[in-house]
Write a protein that binds this ligand. Sequence first.
Ligand code: NAP
Length: 329
Amino acid sequence: MQKIKIGVLGCANIAARSVIPAIKSIEGFELVAIASRTKAKAEQFASRFNAEAVEGYQALLERDDIDAVYVPLPTGLHDEWLNKALDAGKHILAEKSLAENYDSCQKLVTKAAQKGLLLMEDFMFRYHAQHAFVRDLISRGEIGEIRLFRSSFGFPPFPPGNFRYDKALGGGALLDAAAYTIKATQLFLGLDVEVKAATLHYDKALGVDVYGGAFLVSKQGIASEVAWGFDNFYQCNYEIWGSTGKLIAERAFTPPPDMKPKIILERAEKRVEFLAPNDNHFINILREFHRAIVENDIKIHLEETLTQSRLLESVRLHDSTQRESLAIH
Ligand SMILES: NC(=O)c1ccc[n+]([C@@H]2O[C@H](COP(=O)([O-])OP(=O)(O)OC[C@H]3O[C@@H](n4cnc5c(N)ncnc54)[C@H](OP(=O)(O)O)[C@@H]3O)[C@@H](O)[C@H]2O)c1
């Protein structure tokens, strides 16, 4: 199997907890180096994973022995570092949300396409086997025809100082929790959904949105109701309501590798709780990242990235609170 030599920009928690262990556990990658803003942090982090420590992200990008980078930086830093990584000829797996706004995303996608480089957003959850399990129940007619999609992703507040509360770093719940529910909508209703209404609640002191909701409609006229937040009772689910039944995925976005996520099927005559297979979606998305690079199959990922960013931007444009304050009707 072709080995892709990979580097990491930033000693992020998610990198240490899930992504680097996944990189190390599969054949197609060789973890070469990890860069941090500071030398001491890079050394401490890289030694845990038997990789080379690099001081400064640019120094890592300048290396010829790295084909691809994993970028778990806050979204507000992506425009700068994803552009630099593409300029350096690297394929990119970037943490969600990949871009702060549609303009930035479009420019990055255009550059990646021109250079023939893969630019992929790390929405690992969609590579979990539970969604294929749900699809299979739908295709076997267990809920009839799909009438509505609903999804919620929200959790209690992070400690103060977290980058998700920092506007300059691309903070806010829309680019974080909401992004999952909008991506999940596309998994079941297709890429050609449109946002019809939305609301974002801003923390005025922080200047970032902390909870909200949106209403989307697919080309076939099927609706999706999604809601999210950073100051909410924990929810991490989707529900698909059909003409004859309903399916609920209770742990839709974050099942740990050893968990068999519960899928509930409700019909008039029965309620069944299935346990979908446990799976490691961090490994699965890396396998897809590897395949797409080796087979030069980048177009679909660029298209999906762009659609996601367009929808997030569209939520902002439809935000009823802003529209009211700007007197746009
Ligand atoms: N896909 C998923 O399942 C998942 C889950 C959680 C988070 N995420 C995403 O992954 C990314 C990282 O999240 P995390 O929770 O792991 O964050 P984190 O631990 O705070 O890591 C962010 C990293 O960015 C670097 N950085 C550079 N400039 C920074 C600045 N001004 N402020 C803060 N950090 C800065 C730091 O690396 P150095 O100091 O080493 O340079 C830091 O370690 C985010 O985009 C988040 O949305 C994805």
